[in-house]
Design a protein around this ligand. Structure first.
Ligand SMILES: Nc1nc2c(ncn2[C@@H]2O[C@H](COP(=O)(O)OP(=O)(O)O)[C@@H](O)[C@H]2O)c(=O)[nH]1
Ligand SMILES: [Mg+2]
Length: 410
């Protein structure tokens, strides 16, 4: 249904409502009038520059505290892209250094440039997704806003995509590419993360961790609704969430050293990566959060055994050893779950203490249901190990479900 507009001039009885957008006969004068939307369409046509070529590429640049780099980004893109018609979309997460304000200054004089400024949000992948969704060209380039990616290969990447590749990746790991001046630790971490990523990838890609790629809008739309949107690795997320057979090509480049601003890669980013891997593997069947919770539980069991061993070695009574170990292991699980499993609802200060107490209560009830269920199973003539596993599983699901709504209820 179109919006409706009241015709002027009509008295109460003559007033009528018509959808905007259709030419219509004025009830009183009998003249044919043109509606508001038609007039707007006319103005838009006049405002459009007929000499403009259609938009070929949207460049999405996620940025956080990159005020020192954004001007240069726009300049180097202009040098690299020549006569190609492109738009530039910066996606900023309300950086305290005034990145968004700086981009707006640039945009006042350069109509190619736009800013998406997100308030109260953080995250590289979700920033890229929002930038892509705000763009218009048939191909989208994603690139860091810190000048580490070599924009000079963009025209070649675009050409390959226009020739039919679904995704063209800027690669540091094929002949002709390099990670530049990374130290051994960072290189080793990146190599390891790349190896792990083959677990969830449908296609072979030498540098799936790259934040530099061109993707066709069709491919993006086919996968974007399935992405987890978490963490740093948007290319991996898109590839793992899209159709099985896609044409991926790679163009080599050398990763440059950051000249201004700081890297945002930290432990939270690494955790986000672990979460993405879980979500795209076992996470299809079991919630990723539960997998993390269970893994923490496994570590807690090791802590428990270590404490019992320590007490037994100093000739304490078993019941003392077991009690202390239980208290320690629950506190250990609570702390680790607070920073890993429920890091988005992380408790601090008094909330942390209150959370610990509630987690003790939840786990005590979990232990009771564990023993209760195990007993019933055992008495029904199943083997002791079947009974024990059933008990542990019921206890774990209970602890997870109840602590989600009681301890980390935010
Ligand atoms: N919008 C947004 N951009 C981010 C965020 N984290 C990092 N970036 C940007 O993503 C790009 C890559 O980040 P960077 O810290 O350089 O990662 P590194 O190159 O792996 O050290 C840079 O342009 C950052 O400004 C974020 O949370 N939100
Ligand atoms: Mg960087």
């Amino acid at each position: 249904m179109g919006r409706r507009k009241r015709l002027p001039g009509g008295g109460e009885g003559a007033a009528c409502w018509l959808p905007i957008g259709l030419p219509h006969q004025d009830v009183q004068s009998g003249e044919l009038t043109i509606s508001a939307t038609e007039k707007t369409a006319e103005v838009n046509t006049v405002q459009q520059d007929a000499s403009l070529k259609p938009l070929e590429l949207s460049v999405v640049l996620p940025c956080f505290n990159e005020v020192a780099n954004v001007d240069r980004c726009v300049e180097v893109l202009a040098e690299a892209m020549g006569s190609t018609r492109y738009e530039v979309i910066f996606v900023d997460d309300d950086s305290p250094d005034g990145t968004a304000a700086r981009v707006r200054e640039i945009a006042k004089r350069n109509p190619q440039v736009r800013i998406v400024q997100r308030i109260g949000r953080r995250g590289l992948s979700s920033a890229v997704i929002e930038g892509m969704m705000a763009s218009a060209a048939p191909h989208i380039a994603v690139m860091d806003a810190d000048l580490q990616h070599d924009e000079r290969i963009l025209p070649k990447m675009l050409r390959r995509a226009q020739d039919g590749a679904d995704v063209v990746v800027g690669s540091r790991y094929i002949e002709g590419g390099s990670v530049g001046e990374w130290d051994e630790t960072r290189s080793a971490m990146s190599r390891f993360a790349t190896k792990l990523s083959t677990l969830i990838l449908p296609t072979e890609v030498s540098d799936p961790m790259s934040g530099f790629f061109v993707i066709s809008r069709d491919m993006m739309m086919d996968s974007v609704r399935n992405t987890s949107g978490e963490g740093f690795k948007i290319l991996l997320d898109l590839l793992a969430s899209g159709p099985k057979s896609v044409r991926v090509e790679e163009v080599p480049y050398t990763f440059r050293t950051r000249e201004a601003g700081e890297s945002k890669l930290d432990t939270a980013v690494l955790l986000g990566y672990a979460n993405l891997l879980i979500e795209k593997t076992i996470g299809r069947f079991i919630p990723a959060r539960f997998v993390m919770f269970a893994a923490v539980g496994g570590l807690g069991l090791i802590v428990h055994l270590m404490v019992v061993g320590l007490f037994m070695a100093t000739d304490q009574r078993f019941v003392v050893a077991q009690s202390v170990a239980t208290i320690v292991a629950i506190a250990f699980n609570y702390s680790l779950n607070n920073v890993l499993t429920f890091r988005d609802k992380r408790l601090k200060g008094w909330g942390w203490l209150r959370g610990l107490v509630s987690f003790y209560v939840v786990c005590s009830l979990g232990a009771a249901s564990n023993v209760g269920i195990a007993n019933v199973v055992f008495e029904n003539d199943y083997g002791w190990w079947v009974a024990a596993i059933a008990g542990v599983m019921v206890g774990a699901v209970w602890n997870y479900a109840v602590s989600t709504v009681v301890t980390w209820r935010k």
